[in-house]
Design a protein around this ligand. Sequence first.
Ligand code: ATP
Length: 557
Amino acid sequence: MRYVELAELYNRLADTSKRLEKTDIIADFLKNTKKEDLENVVCLLNGRVFPLWDSRKIGFSSRLLIKAISSATGSSVDNIEKELNKLGDLGDVAELEISRKSQKTLFSETLTIKKVADNIRRLSDMEGSGSVDRKIGLVAELITNSNGTEAKYISRTVLEVLRVGIADGIIKDAIAKAFDQEIKTVDEAFDILADHGEVALLANENKLGDVKLKPGRPLKLMLAVLSKSIEEGFSAVGTPAALEYKYDGFRMQIHNDGKKISLFTRGMEDVTKQFPDVVKAVSKIKGKNFIVDCEVVGYEPKTGKYLPFQKISQRIRRKYDTEEMAKQFPVEINAFDLIYYEGKKLLSNRFEDRRELLKKIIKEIPREIVLSKLLITDDDKKVQKFFKESVKSGHEGVMFKSLGAPYKPGRYVGYIAKLKEVMDALDLVVVKAEWGEGKRASWLTSYTVACKDGDNFLEVGKVSTGLKEKFEEGELDNFENMTNELKKIVVSQKGNAVMVKPQIVVEVSYEEIQKSPTYASGYALRFPRILQVRYDKPLNEISTIGNVEELYKSQNK
Ligand code: ATP
């Protein structure tokens, strides 16, 4: 299939804001897509070249894209930067520059979907000397052979900001519609496979029922609903319930495929390299094939006292000196669920049975690997005591789990509920940043943050406190580090501000939520402050506009 057909489809999708219309347009397109192109088309529609479970990154900055556009069109870098300041989007700039190009290349090649996806994929594994030029060459080759519309979307795909208003939900609905499947079945398959392309192929062949869970390949995890009281917790999951400590660490899925142990975050990032200590501890689990769900919790090496997540969060991203990091910031595995064991998926087994099996295969070694603390009860008083114990030991509160629940990836009432000591901070994504002044002029110090509204992001305020001024080796929450991270994901700039790809999630506290016409959400935060950078939190799990509204209402009660 020619790429131009997809590029024109993007344009049609950008022209309508109606969800149903978008779904119909995509469903029609998918019906007419050949099987061999289906995976690529669905993946590209989602603005990606790798499936969600695949942690590879394209890693192509706007600076490199400017060079690629320049090389493909003959327009100078200066000129392209000027246009970018005017138009604010490099895709639009690429389209304009193509239209200005005086002479079409004589032997221009027709771009296929496969060619575009392959070239962009190759960007991710180029390293070493000369790799930057080769990367620019791959993108320039695509743009040279593009018309304006193609150049626009190739540029945006490379930067991973498609801007046509299609995300997860719409694509899944469209797959269901195109291949006559139930939305629920498509959803369930997606939660396990985390791959739009593969789900589309299975749907096309009417084989969604055969979805295979494979150790070694991450899946979405089961999440909790929020409850504000013990009563609410019980009513969410039923009585009696399993109560567990809510640890303040980070979620990890541990896979053993018989050959290799792999560790993934809840956002499906591969963190195996970063946690050699966890790999070692896990190799003692009985069995050859398994997927264990757990919380990894940091502790003080000298005293053994538990530490809050932010003290160890740096380990998630640190890929060198990992043994040293493990000594400095040791962690304990608190296992609480077993999703797969010795060739069998346990998704539809009861929670209490999965937990029983988990107990049999783990030999507990404190400060290395243990089972999460458990209490089965229907008694409010016992829960109260358990909650107090949990907080006293340095944890966040308790989780309520339904004894009979299956393992169902996603956040559903009826399976898990959380009750926390401290609540109400928002997890928001940075969408824009501004350069500081005076001695802060070399840092981006003010961040516009947004919550989620379906597939869109709505700004709720600007935050400039909470991060440290001073750069400290190993510490991540400082202006210098944040600036470096933001610079990698700039999509456009205007005056003193840069627009960035929504990627960095921060936990923000505030004094009050107010109604405000300043931000697209209709709300603003008074005295916002960044509590921590949530490297572990995927974008699709940040606070929603519904959460903001609910918190606004609850504070006015
Ligand atoms: P929070 O911001 O409180 O960490 P969250 O929004 O990140 O919550 P939720 O799904 O609301 O995520 O809360 C569940 C999270 O709590 C899990 O992702 C996991 O990291 C953590 N957790 C801690 N202890 C447990 C436990 N015993 N069972 C399940 N999850 C636990």
